[in-house]
Design a protein around this ligand. Structure first.
Ligand code: ATP
Length: 352
């Protein structure tokens, strides 16, 4: 007997050529994404790129104009929201204000008609895993922003959906709390073994939390990958600029392994067609040249970031000041207005 043991099961959720327009606006333009079981998946893109519309189609609050949404191989497009094994956690939390935390959690399970003892068992377990046991008898107005956020999450988790959809779940929190909750969410997702699909416009948040992410722009899917793949091999200039800091150096490739910008020539490994090109370089792959050889520039600004400083360097080869990081302890070696030469590891760069 031959058994197929390859580890390539069908995706849990298949978004298959989905499109949605609102009148003349194409909010989602022929997007296909496969999302795996137990994955923490982020939909990322600038305002208006269509990420919320895509999430609302998964939840069943909007229907696609074309394309299909398959869960475990089954088309869920005809199902209304409440019949889908997907649960959407709203940005506003939408807690019932007159109910206690426990009652808020009970509610969904009572609607499902579960037995009292089973409800209590599941609610107790979820309260414990979200650190809310001590707040069970409080009403939402007696909770902090972070606690309310946890209640909203607990209320979604207690229903044990196959997929939890989260629309900017940390948007209302201040920076410190948001950073803590990012790790919390990741832990909860891991423990619950539920697939999370999160919408965010915050690049760092996506990098920290997601197993994989999709970058959208103007309704179009630009790239899907792990945070490392997206950071290190962005598919185009927009993605490169959108995730992390990227420097763009305009120059020319000679077709024989050299890149020249503002009269300075650098080795350019790999095969590249001859002609004008823009070299994208992350700050961590650039440095001030100690020999004085390199791309000419002038320091325009020095920003203190605690552990390190970011030097902003004006260069004729770059529309924006080039940014690079130096240890804070080296800060006193530099001052605005100072001319410097920039060295960079072109092997780490990408040409667009
Ligand atoms: P944001 O981060 O600002 O929430 P988003 O990426 O979630 O943006 P969507 O809310 O999905 O973007 O909107 C995508 C596009 O569709 C936008 O151009 C928006 O104006 C348009 N749009 C969304 N909903 C509607 C609607 N109900 N009627 C008309 N146009 C809409």
């Amino acid at each position: 007997v031959f058994m197929n043991t390859t580890t390539n099961p069908q995706p849990l959720l298949k978004i298959d050529a989905v499109a949605k327009n609102f009148g003349p606006v194409t909010a989602v333009d022929n997007v296909s994404i496969d999302i795996k079981e137990n994955e923490f998946f982020a939909l990322l893109g600038p305002s208006g790129c269509g990420k919320t519309t895509l999430l609302r189609m998964l939840a069943g609050f909007e229907s696609p104009n074309s394309g299909r949404i398959l869960l475990s191989g089954k088309d869920i497009s005809p199902l209304p929201p409440e019949k889908r094994p997907l649960n959407l956690m709203f940005q506003s939390y939408a807690l019932f204000p007159h109910m206690t935390v426990r009652q808020n959690l009970n509610y969904g399970l009572e609607m499902e008609g579960l037995a009292k003892a089973e409800i209590k068992r599941r609610v107790d377990e979820t309260l414990a895993s979200t650190d809310l046991t001590n707040f069970a008898d409080r009403k939402p107005e007696q909770l902090s922003g972070g606690q309310k956020q946890r209640v909203a999450l607990a209320r979604a988790l207690v229903k044990r959906p196959k997929v939890l959809l989260l629309d900017e779940p940390l948007g209302a929190l201040d920076k410190k709390l948001r950073e803590r909750m990012q790790l919390e969410l990741k832990r909860l997702q891991h423990e619950a073994g539920i697939t999370f699909i999160i919408v965010t416009h915050d690049q760092e948040e996506a990098l920290v939390m997601a197993d994989r992410m999709a970058i959208l722009r103007d309704g179009k899917l630009l790239q899907v990958g792990t945070p490392e793949e997206i950071y290190e091999t962005p598919s185009d200039r927009f993605v490169a600029n959108f995730i992390g800091i990227m420097n763009f150096i305009d120059g020319e490739v000679d077709g024989e392994g050299r890149f020249t910008a503002d009269g300075t020539t650098f080795p350019m490994p790999g095969i590249h067609p001859k002609g004008k090109a823009t070299l994208a370089m992350r700050p961590e792959h650039m440095s001030i040249s100690s020999s004085g050889d390199g791309l000419r520039g002038k320091i325009s600004d020095i920003a203190y970031h605690g552990l390190d400083r970011v030097l902003h360097i004006a260069s004729p080869a770059s529309a924006q000041p080039v940014q690079l990081r130096i240890p804070a302890s080296e800060g006193q070696n530099y001052a605005p207005g100072q001319p410097v030469a920039l060295a960079f590891n072109t092997a780490k760069g990408r040409l667009y």
